[in-house]
Design a protein around this ligand. Structure first.
Ligand SMILES: [Zn+2]
Ligand SMILES: [Zn+2]
Length: 93
């Protein structure tokens, strides 16, 4: 599998490294972009995603109104029902 990308930001010192590498690198994921393309619609959420599918999948957590949130700061799990939260508090902490 050969990918040709013409929009790669040029390396400042290209002569120090071989221009082409035949081995695909798992560390070559483009994380340099500081502008995530897809942000969660909920301003209080603040989650951003590089792929729309990821955003849409995440958005499902907001579909149901989870008004019962674990008060533990390090937990913050959300539940649809109060009894679920109570069960979590009794058994999960
Ligand atoms: Zn969100
Ligand atoms: Zn909890």
């Amino acid at each position: 599998m050969l990918l040709i990308c013409t929009s790669v930001t040029p390396i400042s010192t290209p002569e120090e490294l071989p221009v082409s590498s035949p081995e695909p690198s798992l560390s070559s994921l483009d994380t340099s972009s500081s502008q995530p393309r897809f942000a969660c619609h909920y301003p209080q959420c603040g989650s951003t995603f590089n792929r729309r599918a990821d955003r849409d999948r995440h958005a499902r957590v907001h579909d149901g109104v989870r008004e019962y949130v674990c008060p533990k700061t390090n937990c913050l799990k959300e539940f649809y029902r109060k009894d679920k939260l109570q069960g979590h508090l009794e058994n999960g902490h």
